[in-house]
Unconditional design. Structure first.
Length: 141
């Protein structure tokens, strides 16, 4: 039962920062989104599968703690993993560290639900796939 994990790396660019060269809070969320998208692919939710099934993860809640600011030019590692499965939602966690000193910059947890799109009908949340429970259990991971 290997828990899904994924790691991405980012370079802090000008567009990520404010006038003081400090990373803007929305840039952290963009970096987390990138990691989460790759993490989802490891769980069987790559772009092609989501498009063909019309089944998409939707963020329900984000909890984020900004510990130490990243700055222009920093290299950042984002480690994401599946944390918990519930009946109709799942939780992922993320830790962002700076390469130069390995300090934790940001910790984040997100709750997501799977939403089924049905053409012109309203989107509706669905139960998590049984194969997820079979593969990873249904408690804290």
């Amino acid at each position: 039962m290997k828990i899904p994990e994924f790691t991405t790396n980012e370079d802090v660019m000008f567009f990520d920062t404010d006038c003081a060269g400090v990373v803007n809070n929305i840039a952290y969320l963009r970096m987390i989104e990138t990691c989460r998208t790759h993490l989802g692919a490891t769980m069987g939710m790559d772009f092609q599968t989501m498009g063909s099934k019309q089944l998409f993860p939707a963020v329900v809640r984000t909890e984020i703690d900004y510990r130490i600011p990243a700055k222009l030019g920093d290299k950042i590692t984002i480690r994401g993993k599946l944390d918990k499965l519930e009946r109709a939602r799942f939780w992922c966690s993320f830790i962002m560290t700076r390469h130069s000193d390995e300090k934790v910059l940001v910790t984040c947890r997100q709750s997501l639900a799977l939403v089924q799109m049905n053409g012109d009908k309203p989107a509706k949340p669905i139960r998590l796939p049984q194969e997820w429970r079979d593969q990873w259990g249904n408690q804290d991971l």
